[in-house]
Write a protein that binds this ligand. Structure first.
Ligand SMILES: CC(C)(COP(=O)(O)OP(=O)(O)OC[C@H]1O[C@@H](n2cnc3c(N)ncnc32)[C@H](O)[C@@H]1OP(=O)(O)O)[C@@H](O)C(=O)NCCC(=O)NCCSC(=O)C[C@H](O)C(=O)O
Ligand code: MG
Length: 276
C-alpha cells in the first residue's frame, strides 16, 4: 500500500458524525461541505433513483475533486448491480479519500474493488453472510460500517423489533474491526423528528466502542458529536488518574479503584480525543 493510502486509512478513525449525502441532490452536496460533519459519504446506492445513477456518479466524482474540510468518500452500487462496473471504473481513480462497498458478503468481494482502488475501501456489513464473514472482510477493508436497515431486512426482523434483536450481530462487527485494527461505524437512525430517540441511540453507539455513527440528516450531526465527546467529568477523572499514576507505577489505588496500565492507556486516548 502506498504512503498516501496509509495516511488516508489512518484518517478514518475517530470521526463521530459521518454524514451520508445522496450524490443526486445538488443542494445537499453543497450543504454537506459546511455541515460540520466529521466525514461525508456521497451515496450512489439506495438514496439514488435508477434514472439518476449515471448523473449521480458524475456529480460525486466532481464533488470529491473539490477541497473538503473533512475526508469524503463515495458509496458505490453493490456487486451484482448493473451499475457496479461503471462505478468501479469511475471511482477507483477518483479523488475520493475512501470508497464504500455496500452489502459485502465475503472478503473476496471487497478485495476485487480494493485491488483496483487508489484509496482505502470500506465494507458495509449488512447481511447475515457479511456479519459471519466480518473477521475476514476486515483483513481487506480499511473500515467496517454496519448497515442496520439491510441487516434487519436480511434477518427478517419484524418492524417492532428494536436494535436489541441485532445486538449480537452489531457487536460482532465491532469485535472483528478491533481485532484487525480497522475503523468501525454504526448504522443510521432513520427518524429525523425524534431528537430524544436519536440521542439515546447515539449514546449507545458510543458505549459500544464505535468510532462514530453514520447519519442521514444534518440535524443529527451536533447531537452525535455530543454523544461521542468525553464529558468534563471524564476528562477531569482521566487527568487525575494520570497524575496519580505518575507518582507510582504498577497497580495503584485510584479513588478506591484499582488502576493499571490499560486504564492509563484508555485515559490517554480519551484526552487525545478531547484535544488535550
Ligand atoms: C431523509 C431525507 C430524504 C430528508 O430530506 P428532506 O425532506 O429534504 O430534509 P429537510 O427538508 O429537513 O432538509 C433540510 C436541508 O438539509 C439538506 N439535507 C437534508 N439531508 C441532507 C444530507 N443527508 N446531507 C446534506 N444535506 C442534507 C436539504 O437539502 C435541505 O437543504 P436545502 O435544500 O438547502 O433546503 C434526506 O435527509 C436524505 O436524503 N438523507 C440521506 C439519505 C441517504 O443518503 N441514504 C443512504 C444512506 S443510509 C443507508 O443506506 C443505510 C444502510 O445502507 C442500511 O442498510 O442501514
Ligand atoms: Mg444498506
Amino acid at each position: 500500500m502506498t504512503q498516501r493510502k496509509f495516511a488516508r486509512r489512518a484518517a478514518l478513525f475517530d470521526r463521530p458524525a459521518v454524514l451520508f449525502c445522496p450524490a443526486s441532490r445538488e443542494r445537499a452536496v453543497a450543504k454537506a461541505k459546511d455541515s460540520g460533519a466529521d466525514m461525508v459519504i456521497f451515496d450512489l446506492e439506495d438514496a439514488v433513483a435508477e434514472a439518476d445513477k449515471a448523473a449521480a456518479r458524475d456529480a460525486a466524482v466532481a464533488a470529491v475533486a473539490e477541497e473538503w474540510p473533512m475526508p469524503v468518500g463515495i458509496r458505490m452500487n453493490a456487486i451484482g448491480s448493473p451499475h457496479h462496473a461503471a462505478d468501479v471504473a469511475a471511482l477507483c481513480g477518483s479523488a475520493a479519500d475512501f470508497l464504500v462497498v455496500p452489502l459485502v458478503g465475503c472478503a473476496e468481494e471487497i478485495a476485487a474493488v480494493a485491488e483496483k482502488a487508489t484509496q482505502p475501501v470500506a465494507a458495509m456489513v449488512e447481511t447475515a453472510r457479511g456479519v459471519l464473514a466480518a473477521p475476514d472482510i476486515a483483513k481487506v477493508a480499511a473500515m467496517l460500517i454496519v448497515g442496520t436497515n439491510d441487516l434487519a431486512a436480511d434477518l427478517r426482523l419484524p418492524s417492532s423489533s428494536g436494535r436489541g434483536a441485532m445486538s449480537h450481530a452489531i457487536q460482532r462487527v465491532v469485535l472483528a474491526a478491533r481485532a484487525r485494527g480497522v475503523a468501525v461505524y454504526d448504522g443510521v437512525f432513520n427518524r429525523i423528528d425524534d431528537a430524544e430517540g436519536f440521542a439515546e441511540e447515539a449514546a449507545e453507539s458510543a458505549s459500544l466502542g464505535f468510532d462514530g455513527k453514520t447519519l442521514i440528516h444534518p440535524s443529527h450531526i451536533a447531537p452525535c458529536q455530543e454523544a461521542f465527546a468525553p464529558s468534563d467529568a471524564d476528562i477531569e477523572r482521566a487527568e487525575r488518574m494520570l497524575a496519580a499514576a505518575a507518582e507510582r507505577g504498577g497497580a495503584i489505588n485510584f479513588e478506591g479503584e484499582m488502576v493499571e496500565e490499560m486504564h492509563l492507556a484508555s485515559a490517554r486516548r480519551l484526552l487525545e480525543r478531547a484535544g488535550h
